[in-house]
Structure formats: C-alpha cells, structure tokens
Design a protein around this ligand. Sequence first.
Ligand code: PEP
Ligand code: MG
Length: 576
Amino acid sequence: MSVLINGIGVSRGITIGEAYVYVRTTSEAREYNVPAEFHDEEIRRLHRAVKIASRQLHDIRKKIAKDTPEDILTFIDSHLLMMEDPAFDEGAAAIVREFSCNAEWALQVQCDRLVQVFDGMKDPYLRTRKDDVIYVVQRIQNCLSNKPEAFAEPVQFKGRVVIADDLSPADALMMQHQKVAAFVTEYGGPMSHTAILARNLGIPAIVGVHNVRQLIHPNDYLIVDGLNGMIINDPDLHSLKYYRRLQRSAQARRKQLDELRHEPAVTLDGVAITLQVNIDRPEDISQLRQIDGTGVGLYRTEMLFIEKNKIVDEETQFRTYKRALMRLKGEQLTIRTLDLGADKEIEEALNQGPMAHNPAMGLRAIRRCLKDPDEFLNQLRAILRVAAYGPVQMMIPMLTGIGELKQVSQLIERAKEQLRERRARFDPALKVGAMIEVPSAALSADAFASKMDFLSIGTNDLIQYTLAIDRIDDEVSYLYNPLHPAVLQLIKRTIDAGSKAGKPVSMCGEMASDSAYTRLLLGMGLNYFSVQTNSLLEIKHIINNSHVGQLRKQTRKILDCHDTDEIQSLVEKLNL
Ligand code: PEP
Ligand code: MG
C-alpha cells in the first residue's frame, strides 16, 4: 500500500528508485557464553566470516568504476590488508578461548584494544586509522550475523535512494562518486553543508524525516520529490504516471533554458549582471558545460580537506586550485580561505578533544585559521602562487570585525615575504574580499567596503546568526527566512556600502540561487550573483526578463515593511 512520508525538501528534483538503507554504525555486538567444547566450532565460524568479508571487499574492488578516485581504492586496499593479516583473526580466536565468548564479542574486544592503542598515538593521522579497524570489525560482525545490508558498500549506491540518520559532507561526496540518485535523512536542515552539496551536485534530497529508518526498508520502491519534501513509498500507478510526467517536463524546461547558455545576463533596461557559480571541487567546473562567461564566485576550499580527511599541504592545495583555474579558461576564480568547523570537520580535529558546545559560534573559519597561522600561511601562499596564472581573487569567511582583518593582512604580507625569499612566482596584487555573513560584519559594512577589494554576502550564515537559528537543526528550520526584515536590512546595508565605496558586492549564499528572490535582490541593487550551477540558467532567465528601474521602486516598499507575511506577498507580486 502506498504511504506518503513528509520531510523538508532541500534539493529539488524527482527520483524514482529503490531504497538503500545506510547504517553508519552497526548495533553493538552482544556477548554470550560459548563452552570450551564448542570453542573450535566458534573459531571456524569466525574464520568463515573473515573469508566472506574479504571476498565481499575483493568483489567491490573489482567492480568499482574506473574513474573512482585513488583515495577510495586505497581505503579498500588498507581494509583488505588488515582483514587478511593472519594475526587479526588469530587474535580474535585467542579471545574466544580466553573468555569463552562468541566470535562477535571476541572481535569487539579485539577492536577496543586496537582502538585504545591508536587513541594513544601522538601522530594525528595515525590516530584516525582506528576507523579502519572499526570498519573491518563491523564488516566481519555483519557477516557473522548475516546482515549484508547493514554496512554500506560504495558501489551499491548507484541509482539508489540513500536513507540515513544523517550524512556528513564527506559521505555525500563519496556517494556522489558512486552516482547515488537521492538522499533522505532523519536529521539535518536545509542550509547544512550536506544539503548545499546535494543541491550543487544536482541530487534530490529531503532532510528532517523523523523515524525514516522505521518507515522505509531496504529495497522499498520510492518516489522522492525533493522540491516538496515528499516521499511516496510503494507508489500506485497513478502517482508513478504523474511523477514521470513531471520528470519529463523538468527535462523539457532544462532544454529550453539551455538556449540561454551563450546569452549574456542583462536586464531589460540594459543593466549587465555578473553571474557566477559556487563550487566545492575543480571537477564541479565541468558541470558548467560551456555556459559562456561564467566564473566562480565561491570556491569552498575546505571540501578538499574534507575529501582527504586531513590538513592538506601547500603543494597539494596549489595544484588543486590551479586545476580549477585552468578549467575556467580565463574566467575569474574566487577562492575562499578555509571554512572548517561546525558541520564541516575533518577527523583530525574531531579527535583533538571534546566537541565545542556551540560549534557554529566556536573556532570556525577565519578564527581557526588565525589560531594556527602556519597552517593558514600554507593556504595563503598556495593562493598567491596560483593567482600568478590567471584571474584569481581570495575571500575570507566569517569575519566579525576590522581587528581580524588586520591580522589577516599581516599574514598575507608575511606569505608574500616568504614567497619572495623562495623566489617563487606569485601575484603581489591579489585582490582580497570579505564575506559578510555575521551581523557585526554587515553593520560594519562601510568599514569593510573601504578596506577590501570586494564583499560577498553569505546569507546562509548571515540568516543563521541574525535570527539565532542553527542552520543544521531541522527543528528550527521553519524560522529560517531570508525575507525576515532584519535580514533584508543587513543585506541592503552591505550592498549600499559597496556601491558608496565603489566596490563590487556579490551574494554567494543560497538566497542568490533561489529564483524566488532574484527580482528582490536586483531591486535592492545587487549586481553580482554567485549561484548553484543547477540554478544558473533559471536565474539568468529571470534577470533577462526583469526591469531593474521598476524593481527598485517596488523594492523600496518591501524594505519599509516589518511584517514577514506582508513582505512575502509583496515579493510574490514582484515575481508575477
Ligand atoms: C554562507 O554562509 O552563505 C556561505 C556561502 O558560506 P557557507 O555556506 O559555506 O557557510
Ligand atoms: Mg558561511
């Protein structure tokens, strides 16, 4: 029977396909007593499970797509090595005899012992290897309990709807490599970085579906409507027909918009608008599919660190940024310095001590870079060097005041000095901009505009910090409203500060990618948009059919308004 399940749609698109229930951790192994006369049999059961687990991994290794990143292959190889090391299952076998316990429990005891050893290591990289032990042990435990679905195998995501409690940006990237069809998660808000990533990758996604893992089971046949946040489990023929029709019309619309690929973004009254995209990795640029004149307004460099799950050295950063620049063929690349922290973390940091109580307000982004200047200098040098090869600019996230800016400027000068000493090639005139994503920065926009080369409004965080709403908490996502009058005032203030100082102001937060707000933003005087690649042509279509002169007049009324509902209906009128 067809069942309708609701959540928060965070990445539009329709997927029809089978569920893959992704379990990040298996249930705890249970201990039971195995009398001495059954030890040999229990140990044979253990050896059999190890063999099956290793055969499964070899199968995955063989079937894996040719273009799978080297990192994922290395990851599988290291698990195979561990699994096939005779000391590994002999150790567990000895525990069966020592404690007269079952094989699952013996593996757990061995796992805990090894994890303890890894935890005690000084080297942060080696400390993170404990996860490999956990992975290997869980895989064997699953084989012991015949739970093949209980642990995710990368190749099985292809074409499936992944059902999970939550997904990290790293999970999402890994699944995208395996061509996952959609995500549905129990937790997470629309502005979480995983949700943003899903939008950027064009993967339909729904979050905040409470108890989803009780409602959807492995291989259930689903329709996922990412726009409306709806899942239909076991759909009837009527729903299937309806959604297939919607899929076809979305495809037709995309084809129609494709005709705008070579058109400039210019309003009906002749105002040229700069339309750029947000990327997470150099590969995202290939998605641009020859859309003329499109540069990058936000390159989230932390995704390189997250994908590798470690702090990345200067040379690797330089090579990666250069790859992005070369792919842009002369268009501008705006590289944002590291914004790690909150929901974007690498394991090394997670293992360094207790989690902050309020990570979004903690040591995130530029605060974290300033705390570790050597690491920050690596990135500054990499960016300064890549800027010698084409139009690159750099922007700094989460600035709260001019004091931080002074520290950043000093470090940029030091990085230049170091490069001069090395006689390295770099751009001494690299343009530096500030992200305006904290209310204090928006209130100081005049000062930032006078000192920086450009500003870029990060509405995802600006809304989070202005309205005191955790952007990844689905419980409060109903309060997350770009049309809140306080948010609009801060955006307007920033745009005006830029135009007074003669400095470009861009918007790279998700508000710029939502076509419902394009006309409002044009009316507020925004001339630079950095959007999700998937929204680019739709936004261009709206720009090319708007008259900025008229919008400016209509927008004034909206900015004088204090009632969010009224603002909403005025914005809807603007879009008619
Ligand atoms: C923002 O906050 O709007 C932004 C673009 O940065 P991020 O989403 O990466 O925090
Ligand atoms: Mg931000």
